[in-house]
Unconditional design. Structure first.
Length: 248
C-alpha cells in the first residue's frame, strides 16, 4: 500500500491532484485508515496509470471518468489503444524532429529546402485543431458543426486547404521585417481570417483569442517556433492590430 505522498512522488503528480481525483470519484483510495490517511494498492496504481495516459491525450477529466466508469471498460484494450496512439505520436514527433534538423541545415547553408518541406509533420488534424482552439471556449455545438464540415470535404479538398494554410504562414514569415502593422501583414491576416471559414467563422474576439492561443499554448507555440521563432508573437501582434482597426 502507498500513501498519497508516496504515490504522488512515484507518479509525478501532486498530492492535491490525487485528492481532487478522489473528490470527483475518478480515483478512490483502496482504503482509508483510522487516521484518515488514504492508502493505494496495485489496482489504484493501474487506474492512475490509465488516467495519466488519457490526460496525455488531452482528454477532459469528466470524459475520463465516464469512460473508466463504464461496466465494459477493459484495461487491456485501453492499453492497446494507448500504445497505438503513442506510436503515432512518436512517428509524428520523429518527422517534426527531421523537419527541425533540415531547417537548421538549410539556415546554415548546408542544404536547400523546398517550400513544402517547411511544414512536414504538421498533420491535417493539427491544422484543424489550430482553427478550433479558440472556438472550444465558446460553443460546443459549433465545434461539432465544424468537425462535420471538415469531414465533409474530399481528400483533395483537405489537401488544398492545408496547402493554403501553410502558404499563409510562409507568406507571413516573409513580411515580418515590414512590421505587424504593415499593409502586407494586415492583408495576410485577412487571408488567414478567410481561411478559417473552412472550419468555422470566428468573430473578432475569437480571432484574437485564437492568436493569443498560439502564444499561450505551449504545444502551439512550439510548432510555430519551428517555422520561425517569432511567428506566433508576430501573428498575435498583427491580429491585434487587425481586430482593433475593425472595432473602430
Amino acid at each position: 500500500m502507498f500513501t498519497v505522498k508516496q504515490l504522488s512522488k512515484m507518479a509525478g503528480v501532486t498530492p492535491r491532484t490525487l485528492h481532487h481525483y478522489d473528490d470527483i470519484g475518478l480515483l478512490k483510495p483502496s482504503r482509508v485508515g483510522d487516521n484518515g490517511y488514504r492508502y493505494y494498492g496495485e489496482e489504484s496504481l493501474l487506474r492512475l496509470q490509465q488516467i495519466l495516459f488519457y490526460r496525455e491525450l488531452n482528454m477532459p477529466l469528466e470524459d475520463i471518468r465516464k469512460i473508466m466508469g463504464r461496466r465494459d471498460f477493459d484495461v487491456l484494450k485501453a492499453l492497446e489503444g494507448h500504445k497505438e496512439s503513442l506510436g503515432k505520436q512518436i512517428e509524428r514527433m520523429n518527422l517534426l524532429l527531421k523537419t527541425v534538423d533540415n531547417t537548421i541545415n538549410h539556415l546554415k547553408g548546408k542544404n536547400i529546402m523546398s517550400d513544402n518541406n517547411y511544414f512536414e509533420g504538421f498533420s491535417e488534424e493539427e491544422q484543424e485543431q489550430y482553427a478550433l482552439e479558440a472556438e472550444k471556449l465558446y460553443d460546443a455545438e459549433s465545434v461539432r458543426e465544424s468537425n462535420r464540415k471538415w469531414k465533409s470535404y474530399s481528400a483533395a479538398k483537405k489537401e488544398s486547404i492545408m496547402a493554403e494554410g501553410s502558404t499563409v504562414y510562409k507568406d507571413m514569415i516573409a513580411v515580418m521585417p515590414k512590421g505587424a502593422s504593415s499593409n502586407e501583414a494586415q492583408a495576410i491576416v485577412e487571408r488567414w481570417r478567410k481561411h478559417m471559414d473552412y472550419f468555422w467563422t470566428p468573430n473578432l474576439e475569437q480571432l484574437l483569442g485564437l492568436a493569443n492561443g498560439y502564444n499561450d499554448d505551449p504545444k502551439f507555440k512550439a510548432n510555430f517556433d519551428k517555422m520561425h521563432p517569432q511567428l506566433a508573437e508576430f501573428m498575435r501582434d498583427a491580429v491585434k492590430i487587425y481586430v482593433s482597426g475593425r472595432k473602430k
